[in-house]
Design a protein around this ligand. Structure first.
Ligand code: F6P
Length: 356
């Protein structure tokens, strides 16, 4: 009998609900093959510095409902451009992978993680990917782990904002994350019944937004709810950047565009307007049932890929089917909302204004 397989697993990029259920599913499926599972700490940082922990059954038991990641994560540790001087430390990763005697590496992450995973695969590390991101911007999968939970938080927030909007007869703006795409804003906007939904993929005009708000006022609707993606561009071109993070592969952090939009609404219409920026609340808390089920299926499917020797692939959801695709095609470009998307059409049909 050959030696047991040793499967490494890491979570990289921003955390989100559903990472722990995915780790659990990878580990428990691997255990059913008598494999050993090595948890890599803090994303690729753990491979650069050989920081790992062996995962036993009890480590992954009871974590299905837990937010965050028991392994820790990092959205700055790119082994091909590490630290502020962007040093290539990929050789160190290769050496550590060998020293740890790993047979495969399961990477749970988003586009940044998979760009690194793809390069590591080319260097000879057998990788398998599990897609996660609240932004849902990965190609080749209908859903990523974490998205549904974030939509849930954002929707509940929009529901709660209604009370103040109605009581004070205000325009209430909820700013959601999503980076350069509008999936989160679109889904939360539709689910929460937003009157105006602004997303990066549909350029908006302040005149159109104000017309809609004034139209509602004239019709006797004494409040309006707006759901706005952090990545919308003011005047069609200006992104509002909250900060830049040194040493990060993607240093730009968006946030705060809604304060500018609110100011313009008050100036142009005189309607009292307030802003709530949800921020990292959207990445916290227990995963929804959908994310737990998705993570469980993805984790199992990832280990199946390892045992089938199908490396360089990412598990994916197409309709209700779990399948897999080359990691390379998942990161070729961002998955954006398209104006002809049925959900955009449905939103328009029920009167949602996109400011266009
Ligand atoms: O990619 C996930 C995400 O939450 C984005 O929606 C957001 O723009 C960004 O990460 C925030 O990053 P950080 O946690 O580094 O501030």
């Amino acid at each position: 009998m050959g030696r047991k397989k040793r499967i490494g697993v890491l979570t990289a990029g921003g955390d989100c609900p559903g990472l722990n259920p995915a780790i659990r599913a990878v580990a428990k499926t691997a255990f059913s093959h008598q494999a050993e599972v090595i948890g890599v700490k803090d994303g690729f940082d753990g491979l650069i510095h050989a920081q790992t922990r062996k995962l036993n059954w009890e480590d992954v038991s009871g974590i299905l409902t837990l937010g965050g990641t028991i392994l820790g994560t990092n959205n700055r540790a790119d082994p091909f451009a590490y630290g502020e001087d962007k040093k290539d430390v990929s050789k160190q990763v290769l050496e550590n992978f060998g020293k740890l005697e790993l047979d495969a590496l399961v990477c749970i992450g988003g586009d940044g993680t998979f760009s690194v995973a793809h390069k590591l695969q080319e260097l000879g590390i057998p990788v398998v990917g599990i897609p996660k991101t609240i932004d849902n911007d990965l190609q080749e999968t209908d859903y990523t782990i974490g998205f549904d939970s974030a939509v849930g938080v954002a929707t509940e927030s929009v529901d709660r904002i209604h009370s103040t909007a109605e009581s004070h007869h205000r325009v209430m703006i909820v700013e959601v994350m999503g980076r350069y795409v509008g999936w989160l804003a679109l889904h939360a906007g539709v689910a929460g019944g937003g009157d105006v939904v602004l997303i990066p993929e549909i350029s908006f005009g302040m005149d159109k937004v104000c017309q809609e708000l004034e139209k509602r006022s004239k019709l006797g609707k004494r409040f309006s709810i707006m759901v706005v993606a952090e990545g919308v561009k003011l005047g069609g071109s200006e992104l509002v950047v909250k900060r830049t993070v040194k040493g990060s592969a993607e240093p730009v952090r968006l946030g705060g565009v809604t304060y500018r939009i609110a100011e313009q609404i008050e100036n142009l219409t005189g309607l009292e307007t307030r802003v709530t920026v949800l921020g990292h609340l959207q990445r916290g808390g227990t995963p929804t049932q959908f994310d737990r089920v998705l993570a469980t299926q993805f984790g199992k499917a990832a280990v199946d890929l390892v045992y089938g020797g199908k490396f360089g692939r990412m598990v994916s959801l197409r309709g209700t089917e779990v399948t897999s695709v080359p990691i390379k095609s998942a990161i070729a470009e961002q998955k954006k909302v398209t104006p002809d998307l049925p959900l955009v059409q449905a939103a328009r049909a029920v009167g949602t204004c996109f400011g266009d």
